[in-house]
Ligand binder design. Structure first.
Ligand code: OGA
Ligand code: NI
Length: 365
């Protein structure tokens, strides 16, 4: 029996504690958004006022060919300005992208009890976590999103522990994405004057996670967010989004990409993947590359899925701006820290734009 969603406690118990998710709440029949999901006016998304990011996707098949330098420049420029770009000919088979989206829909359509076994406190494995919103215990307004997160350690453990309904496509996605991620990092590091040794790239992408996000249809999209303003904490994120749209990025500084503070939409492009720069790349580059502040809107017409791969260094890694860059710049914007400490701070606070980076800033209060 679905509870009254007007009562914050019973809503929390049903959606979060018992693992029914936003999906369970919507399926129980809902004509308006419960109070717990209403964003303060400043966080609401005015979709009619956002511009679409019109840059064509970058063709990665040209890396290593006669047009290498031009393509490398496009990647660098995007990472320096918006922190977001789209790529095609990325090496991930296009039919796999279709299967991933279908599989995500199928997974979230499973009965709640099938998904709820992976809730944080009861999951049979630390590698897999099913949840809703970001940090529900801390958020003033909840996010309209359910997700499952799968950490990668090695193939054998993934085969053993990841949910079997989504395991094989997710592993194949990860397997076919990683050489693209490495090539992108090579380009970004070379441009910083750093020799991109394989061993260094190994460190930057040591940890990998495949998530599936599910944004159910929402009766009041103007009052809610799918994901609130945040940057991703890791190295690079690879994101597969479906055709629904609603992913927005904030322009950090005035540039040819737009005006400071403006939100632009990253429109769905068939067979493309979205790449975004995470906080670690901003730190390593001493601020040259921008981790992008982004958020997702909800819609009343169709549920949306997205499937990100997060890459990051190992939790024990020490992170600081690269010495070559600091030497050239003559200053350092970020202190050295252990990644585990950064993560702890990141995952214990509600999303709040790029505030996560304050943890690493020198002279921050
Ligand atoms: C995320 C995220 C965007 C999307 O999972 O960190 O920003 O389009 N997702 O779902
Ligand atoms: Ni994100």
């Amino acid at each position: 029996m679905a509870p009254s969603f007007d009562d914050g406690n019973s809503l929390f118990n049903f959606v979060v504690r018992d693992g029914n998710g936003v999906k369970g709440m919507v399926d129980s029949g809902l004509s308006t958004v419960p109070q717990a999901y209403m964003q303060p006016p400043i966080e609401r998304i005015d979709k009619d006022r956002a511009r679409k990011h019109g840059h064509p996707p970058i063709d990665l098949s040209k890396l290593g060919g006669p047009e290498h330098d031009e393509v490398a420049k496009q990647i660098v420029r995007a990472a320096e300005n918006l922190g977001f770009f789209q790529v095609v000919n990325h090496g991930v088979p296009v039919d796999l992208l279709e299967s991933l989206k279908d599989t995500a829909h199928d997974f979230f359509s499973l009965p709640a009890e099938k998904k709820a076994v992976y809730r944080d406190d009861v999951s049979p494995t630390p590698l897999v976590k099913y949840g809703t919103s970001f940090v529900p215990q801390k958020e003033k307004a909840l996010e309209w999103k359910d997700y499952i997160s799968m950490q990668y350690t090695n193939d054998a453990e993934a085969l053993q522990h990841w949910p079997e309904e989504i395991r094989d496509v997710s592993l194949e996605y990860l397997r076919t994405s990683m050489s693209m991620v490495r090539k992108l990092l090579q380009v970004l590091l070379e441009n910083l004057g750093v020799k991109p040794e394989d061993s260094m790239i190994d460190v930057l992408v040591d940890k990998k996670m495949v998530n599936m996000n599910y944004y159910p249809t929402c009766p009041n999209p103007d009052l809610t967010v799918g994901v609130g303003r945040h940057s991703d904490m890791g190295t690079l994120t690879i994101l597969l989004q479906d055709g629904i749209g609603g992913l927005y990025v904030k322009i950090e500084d005035d540039s040819k990409f737009g005006k400071k503070g403006e939100w632009v939409e990253i429109p769905p492009v068939p067979s493309a993947l979205v790449i975004n720069v995470g906080d670690m790349v901003q730190v390593l580059s001493n601020g040259k590359y921008k981790s992008a502040e982004h958020r997702v809107r909800t819609t009343s017409t169709k549920s949306r899925v997205s499937i990100p791969i997060f890459t990051m260094p190992n939790a024990t890694a020490k992170i600081a701006p690269l010495p070559e860059v600091v030497e050239k710049d003559g200053n350092t914007l970020y202190k050295e820290f252990v990644l585990a400490d950064y993560m702890k701070n990141f995952f214990s606070n509600a999303h709040d734009g790029k505030k996560s980076l304050d943890f690493a800033k020198i002279n921050s209060a």
